[in-house]
Design a protein around this ligand. Structure first.
Ligand code: FPP
Length: 245
């Protein structure tokens, strides 16, 4: 097991990067790299469930990923469909509540229907809250929240002055969940790349060179140990300093 419970993040967000490079290093198609990326997804779900992490949010396909060649986009969409069909019973058995965040209307009708069915099937589960971000962008999320609040203002159900941080957060895709307190990015880049822009405001940021398909329990435990060693201040002074004053 990883670090002690007291220092366990409640919500982990992961940018799963490096599938393409993993595939290139083996001389196989990029699609094979994405497929190999399912194994660490399963591992993370199991580990989070086991250690009592409340929520896990995975960046599977960004708004910008639509710009990739059509065959790669197609293979990723097929992978999401297959993974949903293959994994949903096991996720349900683990009491996982599965939800998708992102611009759903840009997905195929078939995928939208499968997503809705999976969400419905697991909606009452009380285990890990698992969010898969597909066709997701942090700016898109903020814009759609702004639009929905603007609609409420224009129909008179709220006044502009009533828009607080809490109210705004409730209009975002992760409404009802604590903000992620740990963000992990594999594959060596040190960027947020338009993931959860609002919700990562105070997250600890952990970057590893490990390519996503190679991300193993020991790597997750390294990230959890990093998290456990951080002193989180949220813009305040350290507890020891304020206690001494
Ligand atoms: C980034 O690697 C990864 C993706 C764009 C796809 C991630 C999707 C999965 C791991 C499948 C998970 C599926 C579910 C249902 C959660 P990259 O292609 O940008 O890699 P590179 O930087 O090495 O080219």
């Amino acid at each position: 097991m990883g670090p002690a419970n007291a220092n366990l993040p409640r919500h982990i967000a992961i940018t799963m990067d490096g599938n393409g490079r993993w595939a290139a290093a083996r001389g196989v198609a990029r699609a094979a790299g994405h497929k190999a990326g399912l194994k660490p997804v399963r591992m993370c779900v199991e580990e989070c469930t086991r250690s009592g992490v409340e929520a896990l949010t995975l960046f599977a396909f960004s708004s910008e990923n639509w710009g990739r060649p059509a065959d790669e986009v197609g293979s990723l969409m097929s992978l999401f469909l297959e993974a949903l069909d293959r994994e949903i019973a096991e996720l349900d058995a683990q009491a996982v509540r599965l939800r998708f965040i992102g611009e759903r209307k840009s997905l195929s009708v078939r995928l939208q229907a499968r997503i809705a069915a999976a969400e419905e099937r697991t909606a009452a589960n009380r285990g890990l809250a698992l969010q898969v971000a597909v066709s997701y962008g942090g700016r898109w999320d903020i814009i759609q929240a702004a639009q929905s609040l603007a609609r409420e203002c224009s129909n008179g159900s709220i006044r502009p002055e009533e828009i607080s941080e809490a109210r705004f957060a409730e209009a975002l895709s992760l409404a009802g969940l604590p903000d992620p307190d740990l963000h992990i990015r594999t594959g060596g880049e040190r960027r947020i790349s338009n993931f959860l822009l609002w919700q990562l405001a105070y997250a600890e940021l952990y970057f590893t060179e490990r390519l996503w398909p190679d991300f193993a329990v020991a790597d997750l435990n390294d990230a959890l140990s990093f998290f456990a060693s951080r002193e989180r201040r949220f813009g305040q002074r350290p507890a020891a300093v304020s206690a001494a004053r």
